[in-house]
Design a binder for this molecule. Structure first.
Ligand code: LHQ
Length: 265
């Protein structure tokens, strides 16, 4: 995939590809160009077998501040943004690409994650936050409803009652509280944030990547289905996992009392 983006920094370290949204002067708010680039990057990395874990983060002091409100106002007055649901479909493409990515996607959130940036973080499989992280479902502050899948992800992560509270009051949730309520998997101090993110990402990148893709499918599908349907799917996916090199080698490694080396195959 190309790496010469205008508003993204892309860096690969071993099996980890880090995508950094890079408009720090507006706390990484989404303009059309950054949204198009992020779509391109996440769709391209899905196809790249050399990448076994993706980290999504923001440059500077924030993860992201949502839709760029300057460009939204300009788009409205010029007529470029007409029916807003059509504009939202561009964000939905990113959300689907993350969810369908056949490898783990980790959001690394320091500072503000507001509006649709917050919900893109929630679309990721795992989240690491720094203690100074501020998750804000900012929509109601400007008279809007959560978008970018927020209505779906929020209640699944924190329950319907908390989802309503976060959406209606639009108060910020700091990193430690986000960890307590299950909005993020791990909250660490700012000093440890980069190292903790990279350590988790490298661990995931060295894991059984094909099993991870199947696990994503099982867990996300099962959240919407009954036990019978889930267990039917579990069988289909286990048939696939059972045939992978990683599974077969890991069993041999166990019997030989050594650590397995997963190849992602
Ligand atoms: C910004 C932004 C921003 C532009 C900070 N845009 N410049 C909705 C409708 C339609 C289609 C698609 O999607 C959506 C989804 C959405 O995401 S709606 C929600 C949009 N986001 C917001 O409403 C959040 C607006 N920002 C804020 O409330 C604050 O900036 C937060 C709480 C994020 C951060 O506050 P502070 O830490 O105090 O920073 P700040 O306000 O001083 O911001 C720093 C700079 O970034 C500042 O520019 P300046 O030139 O004064 O230094 C802000 O204007 C700019 N900025 N967010 N979304």
């Amino acid at each position: 995939m190309r790496t010469d983006f205008q508003h993204l920094l892309v860096k690969q370290d071993g099996g980890v590809l880090t995508i950094t949204m890079n408009r720090p002067e507006v706390l990484n708010a989404f303009n059309d160009a950054m949204l198009a680039e992020l779509t391109e990057a996440v769709e391209a990395v899905a196809q790249d077998d050399a990448v076994r874990c993706v980290v999504l983060t923001g440059a500077g002091r924030a993860f992201g501040s949502g839709q760029d409100l300057h460009s939204l106002v300009e788009g409205r007055s010029s007529g470029a943004v007409g029916v807003v649901s059509e504009h939202l479909q561009k964000y939905h493409r990113v959300v689907y690409a993350i969810r369908e990515m056949p490898k783990p996607v980790l959001a690394a959130v320091r500072g503000v994650a507001a509006g649709i940036s917050c919900n893109i973080a929630l679309a990721c499989d795992l989240r690491v936050a720094s203690e100074d992280a501020r998750f804000i479902e900012a929509f109601a502050r400007i008279g809007l409803v959560p978008d970018g899948g927020g209505g779906y992800f929020l209640s699944r992560l924190v329950g319907v009652g908390k989802a309503l509270e976060l959406s209606m009051l639009a108060d910020e949730v700091r990193g430690p509280e986000a960890e307590r309520i299950g909005l993020v998997n791990k909250c660490v101090s700012l000093e440890l944030f980069e190292d903790a993110t990279q350590a988790l990402a490298q661990r995931l990148a060295k894991g059984p990547t094909r099993a991870y893709a199947l696990i994503k499918k099982l867990i996300y599908t099962s959240a919407e289905s009954d036990l019978q349907t889930s267990m039917r799917l579990e069988g289909e996916l286990q048939d696939i996992a059972f045939e992978t090199e990683d599974h077969q080698n890991a069993v041999v490694a166990f019997l030989q009392k050594r650590q397995p080396e997963y190849k992602g195959r």
